[in-house]
Every structure is written in C-alpha cells, then in structure tokens.
Design a protein around this ligand. Structure first.
Ligand SMILES: [Zn+2]
Length: 250
C-alpha cells in the first residue's frame, strides 16, 4: 500500500478527513492545496518523521506552557498582593502613638499642616497672637472680666487649657489663672525677647502662643498664668463642647 500523505501511514485516511489530494495525482511541489500546505512541504514531512514528532510535541508543549505562564502570572499577582500589605505597613509604622493626658485628653502634637488648616479660621488678631507670639493690649481682652463658671479652651485646636475655678483678678489687665486645667496641656519654654527672660506658655497640642507664666501668683501654686483673651475660647458649664474639647474615647 502506498504511503498516504495525509494519514502518515499505509492505512486508510481517518474517517471524516477527506484527502486534500488524490493518491493517484500527487500535487506539484510548488502548489498550495486547500489544506494550507504545499506538496513539497508534505514530502518533507514524509521524509522527516523526526520533524513530525517535534511538531506533534508542539501542542503538548504549548499546553504545558499555559499552566507555567499561569503560574508565573499568579506568582506576579501574588507578589503584588504580598507587596500591597507591605506598602500598607509603611504608613501604619509612621502612625504617631496618641498621647493622652492624665485628665484623659488627646494631646498628641498636631502636624504643622493641620495647625495651618486650623489657623485659617482665626481672626487677624487671634492669628497674630497665637501664631506669631503676639500680645494683646492690657484691659482689652474680652475674657478679662468673665466670671462665669466654665472652661477655657485653645482658640485654635480646642484643647481645654484653664478652668474658671482657677481664675483670679491679678490687676494686670490680662486674664490670670494660678494653675492650668492640666499641667500636660500647657507647654512652657524660655522666652528671651524684649531683653527679658520670661517663661512662655503654649498649647501642648497645637503650639499656639498663650501668654507667659510668672511666680507672683496666689497660693497654692504662687504662679500667675498671664493669658491673652484672643488665645482662648470660653464654654460655660453645661454648654455642649465640640469633640476636640472633650476627653478622648478609651
Ligand atoms: Zn491648641
């Protein structure tokens, strides 16, 4: 039986596969038949069974490559997935641990960008005093003669700074307190401006300038916290405080 160019064997063609070229009339080498190959091509295939084997391996190889590529792709996806939490860990590690005062308030120092944002709501006078360490004229502050019971909070960030229970009339023309609402809420630093050595007091949370503290106050502390009214905002007892003026949730 002659070699069948379509089945590659001496048997009959596969059922359902009509031969492209009659066995009796082989196709010229340089012509293409409807199966897409030239007669020369088929002859080469017949003479090179090794090539036929290699070609036969193409499909399985390509099939093998699919899972390999899929695994590679999955590997990449996994890498990205692994990378995501790693990236998420970055900012988490940068997170500042909240600092809570003894009286229960969040006194974590605010970043400059947040202070800048809060300072936009201030009046020019409040801005000059709290952000530029200014001083309001004596006997001009609106809280000097305030005798109501309540709390004085920072005009910038709302942190409670002083309480009416500690306010006294110093006769200086500025609101005066003999102690802070909580010592941790008021930061002290040396001020050598105007040829004097004084102790400046600032808000511990936002850094707003408040005034100065002197050692000529009444008992029991003998301190006099001399405040600018413009640095403070007063809430009468019973009035609803904003969230930033309330204790931190624990
Ligand atoms: Zn503040």
């Amino acid at each position: 039986m002659p070699w069948d160019i379509h089945t590659g064997s001496h048997g009959l063609p596969d059922a359902g596969h009509a031969p492209c070229v009659s066995r009796a009339t082989p196709a010229p080498d340089d012509t293409f038949d409807r199966c897409g190959g030239s007669g020369r091509d088929r002859l080469i295939r017949r003479r090179s069974p090794r090539r036929t084997v290699l070609e036969a391996m193409r499909v399985p190889l390509s099939l093998l490559l699919v899972p390999v590529l899929a695994l590679t792709a999955c590997g990449r996806a996994e890498s990205k997935e692994n990378a995501a939490p790693a990236a998420a860990k970055g900012p988490a590690m940068m997170t500042v641990t909240p600092k809570i005062s003894a009286s229960g308030y969040d006194i974590t120092p605010l970043p400059p960008s947040r202070v800048e944002e809060l300072a936009r709501k201030l009046t020019p006078e409040e801005y000059r005093i709290t952000q530029k360490a200014g001083t309001e004229p004596a006997f001009c502050g609106n809280l000097l003669d305030n005798h109501k019971e309540g709390v004085y909070v920072c005009v910038v960030c709302g942190l409670p700074l002083f309480a009416s229970a500690h306010k006294f009339n110093s006769g200086t023309g500025w609101p005066s307190f003999y102690r802070e609402f909580d010592p941790e809420h008021v930061h002290r630093k040396t001020d050598v401006s105007f040829g004097m050595v004084r102790t400046e007091i600032d808000c511990a949370r936002c850094g707003a300038h408040l005034g100065h503290v002197f050692d000529d106050g009444p008992a029991p502390t003998h301190e006099r916290h001399c405040l600018n009214s413009a640095s403070l905002k007063f809430y009468v007892t019973g009035e609803t405080l904003p969230a930033e003026s309330r204790p931190a949730k624990r």
